[in-house]
Design a protein around this ligand. Structure first.
Ligand code: T3D
Length: 265
């Protein structure tokens, strides 16, 4: 059985590791299919309340494998629209639509679609030695997997255009300063920090987390009035959860809350 996607169930959360270290975890169709299955399985597991995504070896993910499916052959160019739509973009959709908070530990270079997978996650920590490369332009392609969406919103259009047009690497520290990621940390503390974060999220109010993700997704397109309506509706929903009752009780009793409910479908 292929082990290019490692799934390690932890106490209330799962660690997913892209595991093709000799290729800096470059992805291909089979690997992405297994990643999609792993994401679906985590989503369907009621005991799973958070995800940690990382890469094995010295890279996080070097994007699409520059192999046969990307190589123009005797029958003409490959159908990259189909490739992106079937695999890469489904990963991004799953990460964003998931009810589970996703922590991404960028342990090394994140290039092309690999950078987009990181940016699609909810909380991104990167090792100081890691870098982010919009590699697409270097091989005559264009940003995909949400890169143009995420970057224009996180670093602003001026920087996003430079990154996309030149394909120069951005260091983890620079990515943090620009707001592309949450934090750059020392290489040695990346996994302990990311693990602690995933474990902490797994102890949090799962339904609240799911609604926060929905709310932030909608904020990308809603006007203020529509967003206020959504916030009111979701607050109403949150107010009816057991976690809210427990949260208020815990506050009044001056003790930490014990959240435990799985997000509703
Ligand atoms: O339809 C669609 O959606 C199309 C897909 C689009 C999405 C994309 O992701 S397009 C972008 C594809 N990715 C790239 O263009 C990145 C290519 N890789 C690089 O530019 C560099 O490898 C890095 C900047 C990522 C890292 O450089 P460096 O010097 O640290 O490592 P290296 O020596 O270049 O790579 C190490 C090995 O990984 C090497 O193998 P070797 O020679 O030791 O056997 C290299 O060939 C391999 N590798 C790295 N990236 C890929 C790869 N092999 C296949 N595909 C890769 N993408």
């Amino acid at each position: 059985m292929a082990d290019d996607i490692l799934v390690e169930p932890q106490d209330g959360w799962r660690k997913l590791t892209l595991n093709r270290p000799d290729k800096l975890n470059a992805v291909n169709e089979a690997m992405l299919t297994r990643l999609l299955h792993a994401l679906d399985a985590a989503e369907a597991d009621p005991s799973c309340r958070a995800l940690l995504l990382t890469g094995a070896g010295r890279g996080f993910c070097a994007g699409q494998e520059l192999g046969p499916s990307l190589t123009p052959g005797p029958n003409g160019p490959p159908d990259l629209e189909k490739l992106a739509g079937t695999y890469h973009h489904e990963v991004v959709r799953r990460l964003r639509a998931s009810r589970l908070p996703v922590v991404c530990a960028v342990n090394g270079v994140a290039a092309g679609a690999g950078a987009s997978f990181a940016l699609a996650s909810d909380i991104v920590l990167a090792a100081r030695s890691a870098k982010f490369v919009q590699a697409f332009v270097k091989i005559g392609l264009v940003p995909d997997s949400g890169a143009s969406f995420f970057l224009t919103r996180s670093v602003g259009e001026a920087r996003a255009r430079v990154l996309a047009l030149l394909g120069d690497a951005v260091t983890a520290d620079q990515a943090e300063q620009w707001g592309m990621i949450w934090k750059a940390v020392d290489d040695a503390t990346l996994m302990p920090d990311a693990t602690a974060l995933a474990a902490r999220l797994a102890q949090g109010p799962a339904e609240s987390h799911a609604m926060i993700k929905r709310m932030f997704a909608a904020a990308a397109t809603n006007d203020l009035s529509a967003q206020l309506d959504l916030e009111a509706a979701l607050q109403g929903q949150a107010g009816r959860t057991d976690d809210y009752a427990e949260g208020v009780r815990a506050f009044q009793e001056k003790r930490p809350p014990r959240f435990g409910q799985r997000a509703a479908t």
